[in-house]
Design a protein around this ligand. Structure first.
Ligand SMILES: C[S@@+](CC[C@H](N)C(=O)[O-])C[C@H]1O[C@@H](n2cnc3c(N)ncnc32)[C@H](O)[C@@H]1O
Length: 221
């Protein structure tokens, strides 16, 4: 599958679960910053990097039996967790607000032999009706998707609409303040929450090596 034109790319080989996945992505996210996009809705091309939280969510997916489950990834970027879930037999929809992120994700999934990754452009602030038509989902997941103040209030209602009754929500996060706000919002609106700390063994980013994995299920009754 062709990659979008005009990118200077690199390929990293990532070991996850029993797989080694070649992930091709733009060499520099910084070089992709577009001032007009930023002025419009403060959009920044973070999709172009593979974040430690994404790698830890992919690891979690590799250790779970996701076969046959309906899974959606929010803010997927290069979508390594989605790729792993797809390889594990899940029905996966990877979403992001950058179409090019999803084009890279599809190409990487195909090159890895994981199959055709289903994708949809979806902005958390105005999600398309087709996203809800594709749900509800047994698993709603996301990695490092809580880095701005606006994110918890966008994501909490969206997650609640996407998750099936009895469904799970799993979010990995490098201990950003907005993650605490999402946890507060969701526990106040009927979700049970558990948190685990996991250690990222690769090169840490500015947030360090400790990643939180947040799991939510709806409280009974
Ligand atoms: C820090 S990156 C994490 C990417 C990927 N999950 C990972 O861990 O490697 C945040 C991602 O959220 C996406 N994103 C940010 N705001 C969004 C919005 N309003 N709607 C949809 N996606 C958004 C970005 O495009 C980016 O891919």
């Amino acid at each position: 599958m062709p990659l979008p034109d005009g990118y200077d790319v690199i390929t990293e080989r990532i070991a996850v679960g029993g797989l080694t996945v070649a992930v091709t992505h733009p060499r520099s996210a910084e070089d992709l910053i577009d001032e007009d996009e930023y002025a419009r809705d403060e959009r920044l091309p973070y999709w172009a990097d593979l974040w430690p939280s994404g790698r830890m969510l992919a690891e979690w997916c590799a250790g779970e039996d996701l076969a046959g489950l309906r899974v959606v990834e929010l803010g997927a970027g290069l979508a390594l967790p989605s790729l792993v879930a797809l390889a594990g037999g899940a029905h996966v929809l990877a979403t992001d607000w950058y179409p090019d992120a999803l084009a890279f994700a599809r190409a990487n999934a195909r090159d890895a032999g994981a199959g055709e990754l289903d994708t949809m452009v979806a902005d958390w602030s105005c999600p398309p009706p087709e996203l809800f038509e594709r749900g509800p989902f047994d698993l709603v997941m996301g990695a490092d998707i809580l880095y701005e103040n606006r994110h918890p209030r966008q994501l909490a209602p969206l997650i609640a609409r996407l998750a099936a009754p009895g469904g799970r929500v799993v979010i990995t996060d490098p201990r950003r303040p907005a993650a605490g706000e999402l946890v507060a919002e969701m526990t106040e609106t009927g979700w049970r929450h558990a948190r685990e700390s996991v250690r990222f063994e690769g090169r840490p980013d500015e947030r360090g090596s400790e990643i939180h994995r947040h799991a939510f299920v709806r409280r009974a009754g």
